[in-house]
Design a protein around this ligand. Structure first.
Ligand code: SF4
Length: 423
């Protein structure tokens, strides 16, 4: 789902409404958890030791290979210089670099880079590198891109800004397409093609890091690209464990945010599996069940009261907050009355709110409110005591949003599974 939240960077393909009867029904639970095949980039040091043993490797070689891949983003065995030559030769046959390749890279005028990555079966997904923009003075209107970082990080940010280090947030995909059928989303329109494996998920970060510029540092990873991460639970969790492994990329779990449309059982599992340390973002987009079910069919299965109960039960560490993503669509969910309903809905929850003015698109007459409307909405949320950010549109000129780039290629002719209301 991404992607849900990357509505913020323009993934809105079409914001329309759909009748409950014609909306896409999410697949049965059984298909939500599909065991992913363990590809080379999903192996831990121990897994590698087992693979390398029959090839003449010693147990400690497993850790060395893991570090080359995950800590240094090296996928060419000939560059793994501390391995015996014979082992490097054997590794050449294991297809480390074949998990995915970069099919294209598009750079926005705001330095956002969108990589279209191709997997072994020709499927493509996108991953986006989003350098942090300088803060806009003291004003929070409009605010910087919210990247899921805690307020506690502000000191670090100031120190790193002094060092001229540019922090990069990477948005990654977890499925080819998406089954959730959100009517405003290009991925939802295309439907689910297949689950991504754990090594395909983590490979996006490995190749993404290799594309960073000398003054850039990967700071955050957000699972907001194509797909609903919690609909591919096992592979997503394995990828999260690899991304946070101390001998690998070693991202702090507080620097990772999983965005979901609201799969309640999997939200509960994620909370238990990581003790609440993985950041959680919810694509809310509406404050009542009738509206939300029209926009996001998953709401018919897990309505707002069930979702809110799951958020209240999420074992969030102290000082952490859940991110609420709310796309503002003029005349649909942007009134001050809606803002008050949102505040009421969120009462008592440790949340911050990201407001995302809808990206205007050709396929719909719907669009964002004017800035006065956005600010008025924000003021109500802020006055109620919540942090509330307005997302900057990033990478619009390279379609840097959920599903858009992939759809501009082979899926461009994909038919919507939902009835589109263009009125
Ligand atoms: S259709 Fe899928 S990817 Fe798109 S917003 Fe919904 S959950 Fe996210």
């Amino acid at each position: 789902m991404a992607p849900c939240t990357f509505a913020g960077v323009g993934y809105l393909a079409r914001v329309t409404e759909v009748d409950a009867e014609t909306a896409v029904t999410p697949p049965p639970r059984r298909s939500l958890v599909r065991t992913a095949e363990l590809g080379p980039l999903a192996r831990t040091a121990d897994d590698w030791a087992k693979v390398l043993g029959p090839l003449g490797g010693r147990p400690f070689h497993g850790k060395q290979v893991f570090r080359w891949i995950h800590a240094r983003s090296v996928l060419d065995p000939s560059q793994m210089t501390d391995l015996p030559a014979s082992l490097r030769q054997s590794l050449q046959t294991l297809g480390l670099a074949e998990t995915l390749t970069i099919a294209s890279e598009r750079r926005s005028t705001d330095a956002t880079r969108k990589l279209l990555v191709k997997m072994h079966d020709g499927s493509t997904v996108e991953t986006v590198l989003i350098p942090r923009l300088p803060r806009l003075g003291q004003s929070k209107l409009p605010s910087p891109l919210d990247d899921g970082a805690d307020d506690a990080d502000d000191t670090d940010e100031e120190e790193d800004e002094a060092n001229e280090t540019v922090h990069v947030t990477q948005c990654i995909s977890t499925q080819v397409g998406c089954a959730m059928g959100c009517v405003f989303c290009a991925s939802g329109v295309a439907g689910l093609k297949r689950q991504m494996t754990a090594d395909e998920i983590v490979a996006q970060v490995i190749v993404g890091r290799s594309r960073l510029e000398p003054n850039e540092q990967l700071r955050n990873v957000v699972l907001m690209g194509m797909g609903e991460p919690l609909h591919n639970y096992d592979a997503t969790v394995r990828a999260l464990k690899l991304l946070t492994h101390p001998d690998g990329i070693a991202l702090s779990s507080r620097r990772i945010t999983v965005s979901t449309s609201g799969l309640v059982p999997e939200i509960e599992r994620l909370g238990k599996d990581f003790a609440g340390n993985i950041g959680l973002a919810i694509s809310l987009h509406a404050t009542d069940n009738e509206t939300r079910s029209k926009l996001m069919p998953i709401n018919r299965k897990y309505p707002l009261e069930v979702l809110m109960a799951a958020l209240r039960a999420y074992p969030l560490p102290k000082r952490r907050r859940i991110t609420i993503e709310y796309t503002l669509v003029a005349g649909r969910n942007d009134s001050t009355a809606e803002a008050k309903k949102l505040v009421t809905l969120l009462r008592g929850l440790p949340v911050k709110v990201n407001l995302i003015p809808m990206n205007p698109i050709e396929a719909s007459t719907l669009g964002p409110p004017d800035w006065n409307g956005v600010f008025a909405f924000q003021k109500i949320v802020v006055d109620a005591g919540y942090s509330c950010f307005i997302r900057r549109q990033r990478g619009d000129d390279v379609s840097a949003a959920c599903g858009q780039l992939a759809l501009s290629g082979k899926w461009a002719g994909a038919k919507a599974k939902v009835r589109v209301d263009r009125s």
